[in-house]
Design a protein around this ligand. Structure first.
Ligand SMILES: C[S@@+](CC[C@H](N)C(=O)[O-])C[C@H]1O[C@@H](n2cnc3c(N)ncnc32)[C@H](O)[C@@H]1O
Length: 249
């Protein structure tokens, strides 16, 4: 290969990396809460399909690897567990945990229950309908709470955080993974493309997945939000378009 081919290949790679990693979103757009509509069977079906797309599978892998750093024990609850993809992978990776998946939408929980049964995990994972604002657990009874891509949908996040604080044991941990509105510009464009072109029709109609990033919190807003709850200061680790928020009770 000639010198110039190698030169232009390197320049090309650098330009692509700068486009992906380099530019934050220019304007500070206000948060726009979005109705996900998972209680609609068509939307639930389309959402279930989308969670199997490669980017979501890769992100779940990232969450499992982060969870391994915490080495959770006892009872773990997944709030907003959706169609159960994550909690099933948790069951496979952590065979000693007691697992409970909570979701506000009954339609999507049916997918979760079926998926668990198909993997012979029906007895290991309990699924319950529930709202993060009123969790079906007694005080200080849960060791670990995880929640992925759900925070931005909570109507009253302060109530949700305080409720999580109530049910966590004294040394319990909360780990949240979600989009962040102050993402790199490339990912905003990527999600716009997915919503307008690739997403199933039912998701396009509820403006997803772009609506999720537009209704998510920015890095600074997380600290403001949590400072108004019973929790202490969280650790927040950001990357391209998402963040991990972890807090010890
Ligand atoms: C985008 S889905 C994410 C599902 C799953 N955690 C995942 O990562 O694939 C968000 C989920 O949060 C649930 N949800 C929204 N508000 C909730 C609330 N207040 N309490 C419990 N679940 C909620 C929705 O029904 C939905 O299943």
């Amino acid at each position: 290969m000639s010198f110039w081919c190698i030169f232009f290949a390197i320049i090309g790679i650098v330009v692509i990396l700068i486009i992906i990693f380099g530019f934050p979103r220019k304007k500070k757009s206000p948060r726009k809460p979005n109705i996900e509509g998972l209680d609609n069977p068509e939307v639930a079906k389309a959402f279930e399909k989308m969670t199997n797309f490669l980017p979501f599978r890769l992100l779940r892998k990232k969450v499992i690897s982060k969870l391994k750093d915490f080495n959770p024990k006892g009872t773990l609850v997944d709030i907003g567990c959706g169609s159960g993809n994550l909690i099933i992978q948790i069951a496979e990776s952590f065979p000693d945990l007691n697992l409970i998946g909570i979701d506000i939408a009954s339609e999507i929980l049916e997918f979760a229950k079926k998926r668990a049964l198909d993997r012979s995990l029906g007895k290991r994972i309990e699924f319950k309908i529930g709202n993060v604002e009123k969790l079906p657990f007694s005080n200080e009874s849960i060791d670990f709470i995880i929640s992925t891509f759900s925070l931005h949908h909570w109507v009253n996040p302060l109530k949700g955080f305080n409720e999580i604080h109530r049910v966590l044991k004294r040394d319990g941990t909360l780990l949240i993974f979600d989009f962040r509105r102050d993402s790199r510009r490339f990912f905003y464009g990527f999600l716009t493309f997915i919503t307008k072109v690739v997403a199933p029709k039912a998701l396009k109609e509820v403006h997803e997945p772009l609506g999720s990033i537009q209704s998510s919190y920015a890095y600074n807003e997380i600290f403001q939000l949590i400072s108004q709850t019973s929790f202490q200061i969280p650790k927040v680790k950001t990357f391209l378009a998402w963040m991990f928020i972890s807090i010890k009770k």
